[in-house]
Write a protein that binds this ligand. Structure first.
Ligand code: HSE
Length: 308
């Protein structure tokens, strides 16, 4: 009985909420298939779209780690084959490792009798993220799994809150063809933050939560500011300042790094305007001879799902 799941890409941090805010998009996303095998082992049967870069060893692969943790929790010793179809680049800031883990665990949960809710699957995908990135940040796995905009109120114990998605807000997401591993982008961050910067960032994140609840696009734009990671990570991203300037000038509400980069995104009121902002972002990168891909969509409120 073969089961397939789709898990969307996600934007970690959503600019103002380092490691605590995340947002799912409609595309791109990974497809993961699972099926029982004749052994008692959980195996990575195949991976497409990764140019051979991802580990095939179960306990080094995010999909393998997540499914193993789920099977252990359920006390189910049946063997499972996992096949991952990567449909987004690695080291992109699009939550690539999270999407494979989420797709795998959603498919495996269905295969094993649909015993757990999506929210119950969270600990298994956080564990997988810890293996992939060296840090168990949950701001990609939570939105990819649950959909919408998610807030990690607490990591210990894990407590995820789903926030409303503002009406008529679109995401223009651009991925420059450069690889930046999350581990490396975390290593450039300072280990301590001055109180004055913490105060500034707390104001922004609190205002963001108010803005999504009241659908206040102006406030949303004002609150999407990052004094914590962006100043350190922007130099790692090709032409970040120029792309930001062009997006804001074309009418974006806000602009920032997607997760740990190098992808960048703008939030824009209205679909047509979002497409225009996206095109300007692409043109700015192309003028600097950087190839890129553009994705424009609304927030994905569904998250991961079983597909035919
Ligand atoms: N919160 C993580 C980081 C997201 O910024 O390192 C990684 O995509």
């Amino acid at each position: 009985m073969f089961v397939k799941a789709f898990a969307p890409a996600s934007i970690g941090n959503v600019i103002c909420g380092f490691d605590v805010l995340g947002m799912a998009v409609k595309a791109p996303g990974d497809l993961v298939e699972v099926d029982f095998n004749d052994s008692s082992d959980i195996l990575i049967r195949g991976i497409s779209g990764d140019q051979g870069k991802l580990p095939r060893e179960t306990m080094k692969n995010t999909a393998g780690v997540a499914v193993s943790a789920l099977a252990k929790h359920l006390g189910d010793e049946r063997g499972i084959d996992i096949t991952v179809h990567k449909q987004m680049p690695l080291g992109s800031g699009l939550g690539s490792s999270a999407a494979s883990a989420v797709g795998a665990v959603v498919a495996a949960n269905e295969l094993l009798g649909n015993k757990l809710s999506k929210a119950d699957l969270m600990p298994f995908v956080v564990e997988a993220e810890r293996i992939a990135c060296g840090a168990g940040h949950a701001d990609n796995v939570a939105p990819s799994l649950l959909g919408g905009i998610t807030l990690i109120r607490s990591y210990d114990p894990l407590d995820v809150i789903q926030l409303p998605s503002p009406d008529n807000v679109f995401v223009a997401l651009v991925h420059p063809d450069v690889e930046l591993m999350t581990k490396d982008a975390r290593n450039v961050l300072p280990t301590e933050l001055p109180i004055s910067k913490s105060v500034e960032q707390m104001g922004h994140i609190a205002a963001f939560v108010h803005a999504v609840h009241t659908n206040d696009h102006q406030l949303l734009g004002k609150s999407l500011v990052d004094v914590l990671a962006e100043p350190y990570r922007a130099p790692l991203i090709p032409h970040f300042e120029q792309v930001k300037k062009s997006a804001l000038y074309t009418g974006a509400l806000a602009f920032g790094i997607s997760g740990s980069g190098p992808s960048m995104f703008a939030l824009v009121t209205g679909k047509v305007q979002a497409e225009q902002v996206g095109e300007i972002m692409v043109k700015t990168l192309e003028r600097a001879e950087v190839d890129c891909q553009l994705y424009v969509s609304k927030v994905n409120d569904k998250g991961a799902e079983i597909v035919d």
